[in-house]
Design a protein around this ligand. Structure first.
Ligand code: URA
Length: 237
């Protein structure tokens, strides 16, 4: 990896700031001053220091965010705030959300820079459960629930995979699905002549939304959570 990329990933500065930092002679690799931005390093092997402080390389980051409404699940956007921007000081260039929640959807969203794990978690073949607390505009009948559970036509020839519904009261259900089609939950409720008034994701695979996180707050996954998450998609485990 190039030293300038490494320093950016370590949040030392932007690409241009890092160039100046290198020119100023503030970075050493294995005790040698390095000034060229394209100098190659092996982050897990080389001893890299900035202003004399060792930089500990952590290749992958995993965060759980309680997504608030009004924020888009993207890395950049011209009009609205992004979920990545909510990470503040922990915002690294390569972090991205694991899938998308609609702008008005709240709740559990994972953010990482581990493309391989994210890809597996999002693959319909891996059957990762996603549970939503759905506020509906009217009570669902038992026939509606049976249809949602069996699979409904959400348009464009798309029939949803089997789902699970747990009815809470006249206006609230927990709906568990294993896919992530565009506006899937809203389209499923529409297919049974209902409407989503509010949508919150409360769990993703083995992880539940940490209730101590206020909307907009986030935290790193614990080692135990990460192990559980990996084992849900690891075919060899
Ligand atoms: N289904 C939806 O309709 N919206 C979401 O944000 C997530 C699932």
């Amino acid at each position: 990896m190039r030293i300038d990329k490494f320093l950016c990933e370590m949040n030392i500065g932007s690409r241009s700031e890092v160039k100046q930092i290198l020119k100023a002679g503030l970075v050493k690799v294995n005790d040698h001053l390095v000034k060229q931005a394209d100098f190659k390093v092996e982050p897990l092997v080389d001893l890299i220091t900035f202003k004399g402080q060792k930089l500990e390389y952590i290749p992958f980051y995993y965060y759980m965010l309680n997504k608030p409404a009004g924020v888009v699940s993207a890395t950049t956007d011209n009009t609205a705030e992004t979920v990545v921007a909510l990470l503040g000081a922990d915002k690294r260039e390569d972090l991205f959300p694991v899938g998308r929640l609609d702008k008005d959807t709240t709740g559990l969203l994972l953010l990482t820079n581990d493309g391989s794990l994210a890809h597996q978690l999002l693959s319909p073949k891996k059957h990762v459960d996603k549970t939503y607390l759905v506020t509906t505009s009217k009570k669902l009948s038992s026939e509606d629930i049976a249809r949602l559970e069996q699979g409904v036509d959400i348009g464009e020839g798309q029939i949803t995979m089997p789902a699970r519904v747990e009815s809470m009261d006249d206006f609230h259900i927990y709906l568990t699905i294993q896919e992530g089609k565009f506006h899937q939950v809203k389209r499923m409720l529409q297919a049974v002549n209902n409407k989503v008034c509010a949508l919150q994701r409360v769990s993703f695979g083995p992880l539940s939304l940490d209730e101590s996180l206020l909307p907009g707050e986030y935290r790193s996954l614990t080692d135990e959570e990460l192990t559980k998450l990996r084992s849900t998609v690891c075919t060899k485990c």
